[in-house]
Structure formats: structure tokens, C-alpha cells
Ligand binder design. Sequence first.
Ligand SMILES: NC(=O)c1ccc[n+]([C@@H]2O[C@H](COP(=O)([O-])OP(=O)(O)OC[C@H]3O[C@@H](n4cnc5c(N)ncnc54)[C@H](OP(=O)(O)O)[C@@H]3O)[C@@H](O)[C@H]2O)c1
Length: 325
Amino acid sequence: MEKKRIIAVVGATGAQGSGLCRAILNDRDGGYGVRALTRNTESAKAKELAKMGAEVVRADVDDVESLKNAFQGAYGAFCVTFFWDHFSPEKEVAEAKNMAVAAKHAGIGHVIWSTLEDTRNWIPLSDNRMPTLSGKYKVPHFDGKGEANRAFSELGLPRTFLLTSYYWENLIYFGMGPKKAADGKLYITMPMGDKKLPGIASGDIGKCAYAIFRNGREFIGKIVGIAGDHLTGYQMAAALTKALGKEVLYNDVFPDSYRALGFPGAEDLGNMFQFKHDFEDYFCGVRSLDFSRSINPSMHTFESWLAENKDRIPLEEDVRLVSGE
Ligand SMILES: NC(=O)c1ccc[n+]([C@@H]2O[C@H](COP(=O)([O-])OP(=O)(O)OC[C@H]3O[C@@H](n4cnc5c(N)ncnc54)[C@H](OP(=O)(O)O)[C@@H]3O)[C@@H](O)[C@H]2O)c1
């Protein structure tokens, strides 16, 4: 029997990594196997992956030696960091460096780094259209990842930089679902004007990553952007209205109003939406829908994602929101 090519998956119990593990494990004859990295091999999610056929190993992205061990003998490595666990771009850069060093040490044949744009290449810190955050970032959870690309390039690794998109699961888990405002109506709130937001079902990221590993020759050395739909806030609200059977309106606020909402990360996300708004052509252009579907034909649209997930979207009250701002 031919030996399987092992893909070491960082964040295997999370949104991006678990999608990749499932894509590989569901393709039994594909010639690839999964090594799932987790900090806790005894968790329910880790045990589920083991039951599905993954090799589950302990590793922590803050511990380079654990990564070296976990990457040893693997063909591929899927690398991702976890900004919202700590809100530190510096930590993301250090963790990416750990993964790059471990990949080099293990002689990995193909690394996929799940990254985002360093927005400072579009909006220098001197550009006052949006505030500079923590003294040296415009969009901290983007900029650290984009800066960390260098860690992989400098070591000459065979790598693909994967530019992901806004997860529609943010409507379920990230407080971005429709909220009932003081006027009793349901609103989704984003400072996007009439510009399009590339979105994706987070599980599709892993399916795309698997396609990229399988076609390494084509994708090594490339930057690859993916999305399932490009939709305006109005289009997202209309799709939600149809799926939920309740009217949902789009609350198009100014970026300053969004940044002032006061929840942790509001300024970062306000700047993020403004970046996507101001650079819509680039941002959508690099995340081509045709290309994304060509590597993952089962890619969800927002409509098909809603058909599967509408009942999981919490409809909360938030009277802070002022419509039409
Ligand atoms: N939300 C969005 O719209 C969006 C869009 C694009 C990109 N992103 C980016 O996606 C990244 C997060 O990826 P995700 O959504 O797949 O994560 P996730 O679902 O939050 O899962 C993270 C998993 O990683 C593991 N983990 C956390 N800290 C770790 C550490 N120190 N060492 C090793 N493993 C660790 C955890 O597993 P164990 O507990 O089993 O170790 C956890 O299950 C963020 O950086 C975010 O900026 C988000």
C-alpha cells in the first residue's frame, strides 16, 4: 500500500483546521492523512478527530520544540494563528515564526499559511482616514498576519499564502448577527456603505486548503484568495430576511460610529470594514469567486450557508444601535 502524505494541521479543533481535517479524512482514497495538532489531546473535539482517523498530537504554537516534533515526517503543514484569543499581533508574528522555523526544521514540502493583508501597505500609519491602533497598526488582526508572511518567505519555505474571508459564522458566534434595535426592528450593522464584503463558510477554507495541498505544484509560491460570495450589507440583509422569514435591515453606519461601539476589538473591526470598503476592487478582486469554486466546487454561497445554519443565528437585542447613521 502506498504511504499517505501526512498534513500537520495547526488549529485542528478550530474552524479553519477542522474543515481541513474533515476534507482530508472524508477523502479516504486521496492519498493524504491528518496529523491534528492540539494543546489538549483529551478534549471532545480532539477525540472526535481521532475517531475519524486522525493522528492527534499535542503541540502549542508558542512552543517551537512541540511544533518541531509535531511537524516531523509530515509532507504538509497548515499554519494559522488565533488573534481573538489574545488580541496581540506581536504574538501572532512570533507564533508564525515558530511555525516557519519548525517547518524548515522538519523539511516540510508544502506550507499553507492562513494570512490576511498587512493593511499598512495600503494605508500607511500617517494616513489619518482611520486611527492608528496600539501605536503601529491600522487593522491589528490583519497587519500581524501580513507582517508574518516574511517569516515563511525568509526561510525559503515552499509555501502558499492563503487569504481568507469574513466567516459567515460571525453571525452566530461573534456578535455580528441581526440585533433588535430600539425601534423594534432587526438590523445587521457594518460600516460598508454600498460596497461588497467577501464572505465564506469557515468550513470551506479547509476544503480549499486541501485542494491547494493536492495541487502543490500549481500553488507553491503563490498568494491565493478565497470567498464564497461578495455581498453588500443590503444583499446580506435581504438574504437573511428570506432565510429567517423575518425582516432584517442593513444598518449602514459610519466607521467612526462602529469603532465607538465599545466591545473588545470594535476599533480593529471598524478599521477592517473601512479597509474593505475603501479598497473594494482590490479586496474582492484577489478573492475571486470563480477561482474559489474552481478549487472547491462545493463552496457555499451565503444563501446555501443560511439554509443550513439559519436556526443557529441568535437574534439579540442591542438598543445601542441607531439606524441610518
Ligand atoms: N472570524 C473571521 O471572520 C475570520 C476571518 C478570517 C480569518 N480569521 C482568523 O482566523 C484565526 C483563527 O482561526 P480559527 O477561526 O480556525 O480558530 P478557532 O476556531 O478559534 O480555533 C482555534 C483552535 O486553535 C487551537 N489553539 C488556540 N491556541 C493555540 C495555541 N497556542 N497552540 C496551538 N493551538 C491553539 C485551539 O485548539 P485546542 O484548544 O485544541 O488546542 C482551537 O480549537 C484568527 O487569527 C482570525 O483572525 C477569522
